[in-house]
Design a protein around this ligand. Structure first.
Ligand SMILES: *[C@@H]1O[C@H](CO)[C@@H](O)[C@H](O)[C@H]1NC(C)=O
Ligand SMILES: *[C@@H]1O[C@H](CO)[C@@H](O)[C@H](O)[C@H]1NC(C)=O
Ligand SMILES: *[C@@H]1O[C@H](CO)[C@@H](O)[C@H](O)[C@H]1NC(C)=O
Ligand SMILES: *[C@@H]1O[C@H](CO)[C@@H](O)[C@H](O)[C@H]1NC(C)=O
Ligand SMILES: *[C@@H]1O[C@H](CO)[C@@H](O)[C@H](O)[C@H]1NC(C)=O
Ligand SMILES: *[C@@H]1O[C@H](CO)[C@@H](O)[C@H](O)[C@H]1NC(C)=O
Ligand SMILES: *[C@@H]1O[C@H](CO)[C@@H](O)[C@H](O)[C@H]1NC(C)=O
Ligand SMILES: *[C@@H]1O[C@H](CO)[C@@H](O)[C@H](O)[C@H]1NC(C)=O
Length: 519
C-alpha cells in the first residue's frame, strides 16, 4: 500500500467506527421472550439491555412516533410528515391548544425493601445498572418520581417499624434499619445518579408500631390510640430527618397508606386504620403543624393515599376542618378498583377543590384473589390495563402516576404476608437476567415524553365513540405529546389534527399504543 493511501484508509476506518457506534448507540433492540402469557418480555442481562432512541427535536412539518404493540414493537421510533389533506378516514382527534387543564408532576415507581432486594440478586453491578438505567436514564423511560415506604410494608421479608420497643413514648429508640441502608438509601442514590437529577420522593407509612395501636399488631383491624397521635406525627418527622441526614430529601409525604385497609382488612398486611374524621383531627392537630414547623416545611402533604372510590366523600369529611384542609397540598389515589368506579369522581373532586392536586400513588396487577397467576410474564393485557388507567386518570385531572414495586421475583415477591403481585420488571435470579414487561413500556409511553410541567390540552373527538383512547400535553419546550391507545383486536386508522401544524394520519394496529411528539 502506498503512503498516499494511508490517510484515506484511516478515514474509512474512522467512518466505519463512527457509523457502527452511531447505529449501536441509536438503539439496542428488544430481545423478546415468549412465556405464552399473551405477549412477550424483553430480556436484559449484565451485557445486554434494550434502549430507546432519543426523542430529539424534529423540524416543523415532521413528527416522531413511538409505538408498542402486542406483535412485539417496544417503543419503536419512526418519523412521519404532517399533511393538510382533508380526506376523512377513521377516528379524528383535534388538538385545541386554547383549552388547557392540569400540569403534570411526573411518573414513577416505588423503592420497597423487596424491590431493592431483587435488584441486588443480580450479582453484578452491570446488570443492576441496566435495570436502573431502564427506569431512570435518558436511554430508558426517564421516571422522575419514587415512592418510599416509611419502615416496613408487606413487600418486606419481616414485620418491623422504626421503633418496636414497647411503650417508647419518647421514641428514644427510633432508628432506621438495615433495610434502609441496604435496599433503599443506596439504591435511591444510584437511581438519582443515573437519572442525573434528584427524584421527587414521596414517603408513606403502612403501620404504626404495634404498641401505638388498638390491636397491638402490624396488620388487621386496628387504629392509633389517641394518646399516641402526637408521637406518630413525630415519628414521621424523625423519618424525614434521618433520610435528610443521609442526603435524601422528600418532595411529598402521604398521610398513610390505605387507611381503609385497617378498617376492612381483606388482605392482612401492614396497615393503620383511620376513619376520615379521626384522620382529619390527626392531620389538623398533629401531623400538619409538626410538618410545617419542621425543616421539612416545604414537603407536599398528600391525603387519602387510598382507592379512588373513596372520593369525594372521604376528602370532603377531611376538608370540613379548615386547618386540615390548609395543611394538605394534594390527594393520593390508588388504582385497585378503578375499573368498577368511574373516573368522574376525580373530576368532581378537582372541581370542588381545584387548588389541591390529585396524584396516582400506587398501582399493580395481580392483587385480586381471583388472579391466580400473580406474575404473568409478557402479558400484553396487563400492559393495556396500565395504559388505559393512566390515560383515564390524566383525562380526569390526575397530575402523575406512580407504579408499585420497581422489581419483583418470579413469584411476585418476596412478601412476608404472601400478598404476591406482578411488576413492570421481574428479576430471574437463577438465570441472572431480568424481564421488562409490557407494563414497563406502557408506563414509558407517558413517562419518557410527558415531562414535568407539561400541561394537558383538550383533544376533541369527531368520530368513533370509543375505538381509541388518547390524551395530549403541551410540554415546557413547546413540544406537543399525544398518546393514542388502541385496546381493540382490529386496526384503527386515525387522524390527529392540530390547526397550528396540520394533520397526522396513522393506523393504530390492533392492541397497540403510540406516542406522537412534534414541535
Ligand atoms: C446477554 O444477552 C445477550 C443478548 O441476548 C446475549 O447475547 C448474551 O450472551 C447474554 N449474556 C450473558 C452473560 O448471559
Ligand atoms: C417525509 O418527507 C420527506 C421529504 O421532506 C421524504 O423524504 C420522506 O420520505 C417523507 N416521509 C414519509 C414517511 O412520508
Ligand atoms: C384560540 O385562541 C386564539 C387566540 O386567542 C384564537 O385566535 C383562535 O381562534 C382560538 N382557537 C380556537 C380553536 O378556539
Ligand atoms: C452470578 O450468577 C451466575 C449465575 O448464577 C454465576 O454463574 C456467577 O458465578 C455469579 N457471579 C458472582 C460474582 O457471584
Ligand atoms: C405498655 O403500656 C401498656 C398500657 O399502659 C401496659 O399494659 C403494658 O404493660 C406496657 N408494657 C411494657 C413492656 O411496659
Ligand atoms: C441505629 O442503626 C445504625 C445502623 O444500623 C446503628 O449503627 C446505630 O447504632 C443504631 N442506633 C441506635 C440508637 O440503635
Ligand atoms: C421552612 O424551613 C426553612 C428551614 O428549613 C426555613 O428557613 C423557613 O423559614 C421555613 N418556612 C416557613 C414558612 O416556616
Ligand atoms: C398545514 O396548514 C397549516 C395552517 O395553514 C400550516 O401552518 C402548515 O404549514 C401546513 N402544513 C403542511 C404540512 O402543509
Amino acid at each position: 500500500m502506498s503512503l498516499s493511501n494511508k490517510p484515506g484508509m484511516i478515514l474509512s476506518i474512522i467512518l466505519i467506527v463512527l457509523l457502527y457506534s452511531s447505529t449501536s448507540f441509536a438503539r439496542n433492540p428488544c430481545v423478546p421472550k415468549d412465556f405464552n402469557k399473551g405477549g412477550t418480555v424483553c430480556v436484559c442481562n449484565s451485557t445486554y439491555c434494550d434502549t430507546i432512541e432519543p426523542a430529539d427535536k424534529v423540524a416543523a412539518g415532521k413528527f416522531l412516533i413511538y409505538s408498542s404493540s402486542i406483535d412485539g414493537l417496544r417503543l419503536e421510533k419512526s418519523v412521519g410528515n404532517f399533511s393538510n389533506s382533508t380526506i376523512p378516514s377513521g377516528v379524528k382527534f383535534t388538538v385545541n391548544r386554547n383549552r388547557t387543564f392540569q400540569k403534570v408532576f411526573g411518573f414513577g415507581t416505588a423503592f420497597t425493601d423487596s424491590a431493592g432486594l431483587n435488584l441486588l440478586k443480580l450479582n453484578n453491578t452491570e446488570a443492576q445498572d441496566a435495570l436502573l438505567k431502564s427506569y431512570f436514564s435518558s436511554e430508558g423511560i426517564e421516571l422522575n418520581f419514587g415512592r418510599v415506604p416509611i419502615g416496613g410494608c408487606d413487600f418486606s421479608t419481616r414485620t418491623y417499624t422504626y421503633d418496636d420497643s414497647e411503650n417508647d413514648t419518647s421514641l428514644s429508640n427510633f432508628n432506621l434499619t438495615s433495610e434502609d441502608f441496604e435496599y433503599k438509601i443506596p439504591i435511591i442514590k444510584r437511581a438519582q445518579e443515573i437519572s442525573g437529577k434528584p427524584l421527587k420522593l414521596v414517603a408513606s407509612a403502612w403501620s404504626a408500631p404495634p404498641w401505638m395501636k388498638t390491636n397491638n399488631d402490624f396488620s388487621g383491624f386496628g387504629f392509633l390510640h389517641e394518646e399516641f397521635f402526637a408521637t406518630w406525627a413525630k415519628y414521621h418527622i424523625m423519618f424525614l430527618d434521618e433520610y435528610k441526614n443521609n442526603d435524601l430529601k422528600f418532595w411529598g409525604l402521604t398521610t398513610g397508606n390505605e387507611p381503609l385497609n385497617g378498617i376492612i382488612p381483606i388482605n392482612r398486611f401492614n396497615s393503620l386504620g383511620w376513619s376520615p374524621q379521626a384522620h382529619r383531627d390527626w392531620i389538623a392537630n398533629n401531623l400538619g403543624p409538626q410538618l410545617r414547623n419542621s425543616q421539612h416545611n416545604a414537603t407536599k402533604l398528600i391525603a387519602l393515599d387510598d382507592q379512588r372510590f373513596l372520593l369525594p366523600w372521604w376528602i370532603e369529611l377531611v376538608f370540613q376542618n379548615e386547618d386540615a384542609k390548609s395543611y394538605i397540598d394534594g390527594i393520593g389515589v390508588h388504582w385497585y378498583w378503578d375499573t368498577l368506579y368511574p373516573a368522574q369522581s376525580l373530576t368532581r373532586t378537582h372541581l370542588k377543590y381545584p387548588e389541591k392536586f390529585i396524584l396516582g400513588t400506587e398501582a399493580c396487577v395481580g392483587d385480586k384473589p381471583w388472579e391466580k397467576e400473580k406474575v404473568m410474564l409478557g402479558s400484553w393485557a396487563r400492559g393495556e390495563m396500565y395504559t388505559r388507567d393512566i390515560i383515564e386518570d390524566l383525562n380526569h385531572w390526575v397530575t402523575g402516576w406512580i407504579d408499585w414495586n420497581f422489581a419483583l421475583d418470579k413469584t411476585g415477591g418476596p412478601n412476608w404476608a404472601s400478598n404476591f403481585v406482578d411488576s413492570a420488571i421481574i428479576v430471574d435470579e437463577e438465570n441472572q437476567e431480568f424481564y421488562k414487561q409490557p407494563m414497563f413500556y406502557a408506563l414509558g409511553h407517558f413517562s419518557k415524553f410527558i415531562h414535568e410541567g407539561s400541561k394537558r390540552v383538550h383533544l376533541g373527538r369527531q368520530k368513533g365513540p370509543s375505538a381509541l383512547q388518547a390524551v395530549a400535553f403541551l410540554r415546557p419546550d413547546q413540544a406537543m405529546v399525544v398518546v393514542v391507545f388502541n385496546g381493540k383486536g382490529l386496526d384503527v386508522p386515525f387522524i390527529l389534527a392540530d390547526p397550528k401544524r396540520g394533520t397526522i394520519r396513522f393506523t393504530a394496529a390492533k392492541h397497540s399504543v403510540h406516542t406522537l411528539v412534534y414541535w
